[in-house]
Design a protein around this ligand. Structure first.
Ligand code: HEC
Ligand code: HEC
Ligand code: HEC
Ligand code: HEC
Length: 488
């Protein structure tokens, strides 16, 4: 009797133990230190293919576009960009995003690069796994300011060109430079596969903020790997044009504005990416500040990877972090319901749509007012208003533009931080309106026909919308009424 009981208990325990073991196995827990056997400086994505076939398969899904890659200045998206960025490459070509596997190739082929003989290698610092090798080769003094076409590309072709065109998905789509595009070594140590920061622009920026690298958590790293690129930046003329984040005063749009203005006030400091041909204003062009906007939003305790790289079961049983970076709205079960289990997918979709709808509405309003501000200042210049007044109005145009451009360049349409984005639009509208009021006062002193001015602005906007060739639209923004005030 006694021994019968014992053996039942024994069998029960063995059974439980077995379940635990099977459980561990199927959740793919990785407690053992990993050694891939790869070179510590491995940069080629193809090198990881056979070691991590499931991650590779997921990564290659980035080759399938989730949405049509439209030009952003399409009338259905942001129709007035060719006016607002007039005088800068972004007015010529700027497209919606697509997968990481295409990042490098898309950069090489965009007119902002192909038509700009002065483009520099700093542009590559958030596109390719080869950038750390370029740094090694040229040193930080030269690596960022090589001529893109005459120096950087030939070196790259030599260094990494032999694998070109080797990344093809099952539909035969080729990512020409996919083997060197945003990839494994960008976020992982090639030997241990631990998450790492491979691009010094982030380490430097965190250093300046006094970030505690010793105590960085895995949770932090699940967002910091993205912060290498999904941030606002400029190429610092006071520091060999190195890619630099304006984080000296903090990460809100307001903080970054103050810091950028402080930089601009310094002798030889960064003034902006270009001077507007319409208003003569030096403009700070916003990049993609996803990390910053998220950092003071309602989901700041949720990492980028939690939503954008949820665990997915593949191969029947194994759980791997999704390596297809796209819209979490396509993976809501894994991305959202893990926390919002009390809500339905439809409820959450509606909430997100509401946020994004309000955001786009405010964005378009802020852009239209900014357009008027640019043209009013153009008129101040051609009518010969006092230099001081023009400068004052330009400062307002500059601020108005930054505060719509930051939330516009941020790619979540406000989802990452609805209130932060809205506060930015409010400030934008306020500043652009102040510029218009100032200009109106000065122009009326000169007897300007304000109704005619308004009419000419509307005609010009129509011409921009009606031009069908996207990269020609910017030419319609300048005319006899509103001449280029920069290049003469
Ligand atoms: C943009 C950054 C990024 C890139 C690029 C990237 N990974 Fe990851 N990877 C992550 C993150 C984040 C995790 C989750 C790590 C964690 O929290 O433990 C992860 C996890 C992993 C894991 C651990 C198991 C798992 O699924 O969580 C492996 C293995 C892995 N990645 C392989 C790869 C390979 C192979 C490539 C290139 C084809 C690659 N990764 C590219 C960010 C990246
Ligand atoms: C080395 C720079 C780099 C890093 C690191 C990086 N990204 Fe990206 N990401 C890009 C670039 C560049 C694009 C646009 C590519 C294009 O349009 O060709 C992009 C595009 C995206 C897209 C849009 C994809 C689409 O189909 O439209 C998402 C989502 C995204 N990244 C999320 C992330 C997340 C989350 C992380 C961190 C886990 C991350 N990225 C890390 C550079 C980076
Ligand atoms: C709480 C979930 C969540 C977190 C956390 C989160 N995102 Fe997002 N992200 C979203 C949603 C939802 C969208 C909007 C997708 C859409 O419009 O279809 C989005 C959009 C994006 C896009 C644009 C995608 C595209 O198709 O163009 C990028 C890039 C991006 N996020 C990067 C990041 C980065 C980087 C972080 C961390 C700093 C982050 N996200 C944190 C949920 C999240
Ligand atoms: C790791 C947990 C976590 C995940 C994953 C997560 N959320 Fe949240 N969500 C939160 C928390 C925490 C809040 C903040 C609640 C608060 O502010 O009181 C929140 C708030 C929200 C809100 C209301 C705040 C607002 O912006 O108006 C919405 C909507 C929302 N989440 C949608 C989503 C969607 C969509 C996803 C997936 C793409 C998602 N969440 C993923 C934890 C999460």
């Amino acid at each position: 009797m006694e021994s019968y009981k014992k053996s039942i208990i024994f069998i029960a325990i063995s059974f439980l133990l077995m379940l635990v073991l099977i459980g561990c196995n199927s959740s793919d827990a990785q407690e053992q230190p990993i050694n891939t056997g790869l070179d510590p400086d491995e940069w080629n994505n193809l090198a990881f293919k056979d070691i991590y076939p499931l991650h590779w398969e997921s990564y290659m899904k980035n080759m399938e576009n989730e949405k049509e890659v439209l030009p952003k200045n399409d009338p259905s998206i942001e129709p007035f960009l060719p006016i607002l960025w007039n005088g800068f490459g972004f007015a010529v070509e700027y497209n919606l995003t697509r997968g990481h596997t295409y990042a490098f190739e898309d950069q090489m082929n965009v007119r902002r690069i192909t038509q700009n003989p002065n483009a520099i290698s700093a542009c590559m610092s958030c596109k390719t796994t080869v950038f750390p090798a370029m740094l090694e080769e040229f040193g930080p003094e030269r690596a960022y300011q090589l001529n893109y076409h005459d120096e950087a590309l030939p070196w790259l072709e030599d260094f990494a060109g032999e694998y070109k065109g080797m990344m093809t998905d099952e539909h035969g789509n080729v990512a020409e430079w996919g083997h060197a595009s945003v990839g494994c070594s960008t976020c992982h140590d090639p030997v241990t596969m631990e998450l790492r920061i491979s691009l010094p622009q982030l380490t430097d920026a965190l250093d300046r903020l006094g970030f505690d690298f010793e105590n960085v958590t895995q949770h932090d790293m699940r967002s910091l790997v993205c912060a290498q690129c999904h941030v606002e930046y400029y190429f610092d003329p006071l520091n060999d044009r190195q890619t630099t984040f304006p984080w000296g005063y903090g990460l809100t749009f307001e903080d970054m504005w103050e810091y950028s203005e402080y930089q601009a006030s310094r002798e030889g400091g960064f003034q902006g990416e270009y001077v507007s041909t319409i208003s003569g204003t030096p403009i700070l062009k916003a990049q993609h500040p996803e990390y910053e906007l998220w950092s003071y939003g309602p989901h700041q305790t949720v990492s980028c990877a939690d939503c954008h790289m949820p665990y997915q079961r593949v191969d029947g049983k194994k759980k791997v972090s999704s390596h297809r970076w796209g819209s979490p709205m396509n993976t809501m079960e894994e991305s959202c319901l893990t926390c919002h289990g009390d809500k339905s997918v439809t409820y959450l979709e509606n909430r997100v749509n509401d946020i994004q709808y309000r955001h786009k509405d405010a964005l378009l309003r802020a852009q239209e007012i900014s357009v008027s501000a640019h043209y009013y200042v153009n008129r101040m210049i051609t009518r010969g208003v006092d230099e001081d007044k023009i400068k004052e109005a330009q400062a307002l145009v500059r601020e108005g533009q930054w505060f719509w451009d930051m939330p516009a360049a941020e790619n979540s349409y406000g989802f990452h931080n609805p209130d932060g984005a809205m506060a930015s639009f409010t400030r934008s509208i306020e500043k652009s309106q102040q510029a218009i009021i100032l200009a109106t006062r000065e122009l009326m002193k000169l007897g300007e026909d304000m109704e005619e001015l308004e009419r000419q602005i509307e005609i010009t906007k129509e011409n921009v919308i009606n031009e069908e060739i996207h990269h020609e639209k910017h030419k319609q923004a300048i005319n006899e009424w509103f001449p280029n005030v920069r290049d003469n």
